[in-house]
Design a protein around this ligand. Structure first.
Ligand SMILES: [Zn+2]
Length: 292
């Protein structure tokens, strides 16, 4: 059985890094793959697509070399649609002792002011029914708060990094913008009716990964932030089918830039827990658990 290495830092990769060899094709100095194609066993089956990435101390927050865990495509298995994948990923991260998670993805805009090509860091999530695949060991094990689902400390590091690199033709929306990330499981995109519904509920953008990953991160007591760029404008939901649509063109040159941002952000992530995210998940008092 593959042993899960100890590390405090993890990068969950998603569609923001598709179509390239990650991180080699990003050509960001200081990052090297130590191992790839790792499969970890979990209580709910194998979790595929893991890498170990070594980060040189010259680019980390504390000047120390850092080994991080990285998983491809949110840990989704390659051969089937599986909404449980995020639980297996979270379990691996918990076993590793991960405390800081940067998760890269793309999203569709539900806000007329957020355009294709903009970079968005969520301030909250909207996932009304939550996942049925909780990582918690029982209903009365831990009380998980719903405040600060996105870590303000990680978000500040990510925003500064994005503002250095993201093309000037687009915008970077930070944590303080208060944008809300909605959730649908996919794999189908949203219909026009669904886009209107999510917008009316208060979501500013939507994808298939941010909310369950944020919830899973809270359940393991880790800080979480999304590193996301917009690939579809709100008006696209109402436009006629585009015969010329090619996913690789939508992603274009932003894939390498987005990948650089997520790499640099996890390297620059501080180890401290001053943000308080960890304290928003607590064991239920024994007196409550014992009552009958
Ligand atoms: Zn935090």
């Amino acid at each position: 059985m593959e042993k899960i290495p100890a590390t405090s830092f993890a990068l969950v990769s998603g569609s923001a890094s598709w179509g390239i060899r990650f991180p080699e094709d990003v050509e960001e100095p200081g990052f090297r793959v130590a191992r790839r194609d790792i499969v970890f066993d979990t209580p709910w089956g194998p979790s595929h697509g893991w890498k170990l990435i070594d980060i040189d101390g010259s680019v980390t927050a504390d000047g120390q070399p850092r080994r991080i865990l990285n998983v491809f495509a949110h840990g989704w298995p390659p051969d089937r649609i599986d909404h449980e994948a995020h639980r297996r990923v979270a379990w691996v991260l918990q076993e590793a002792g991960v405390a800081k998670i940067v998760a890269s993805s793309t999203a569709g805009s539900l806000n007329r002011a957020i355009l294709a090509g903009d970079f968005v860091i969520a301030g909250d999530i909207l996932e009304l029914h939550q996942t049925t695949h909780s990582t918690l060991p029982g209903r009365l094990s831990f009380e998980c708060g719903a405040r600060q689902m996105l870590c303000p400390q990680l978000a500040a590091v990510l925003q500064r990094t994005a503002e250095e690199i993201w093309p000037a033709r687009a915008r970077v929306y930070g944590h303080r913008a208060g944008l809300v990330a909605g959730h649908s499981w996919g794999p189908r995109y949203q219909t026009a009716a669904e886009a209107r519904a999510y917008q009316s509920l208060g979501a500013d953008f939507i994808n298939h990964s941010i909310a369950p990953e944020a919830t899973a991160a809270r359940e393991i007591g880790a800080c979480f932030v999304n590193s996301t760029h917009i690939v579809a404008a709100f008006s696209d939901y109402f436009a006629p089918p585009d015969e010329s649509f090619r996913l690789e063109q939508v992603h274009g040159d932003l894939v390498r830039i987005a990948s650089r941002i997520s790499l640099k952000a996890i390297a620059r992530a501080p180890a401290s827990d001053e943000c308080g995210c960890r304290r928003l998940r607590n064991p239920w008092p024994a007196a409550i658990r014992a009552s009958s």
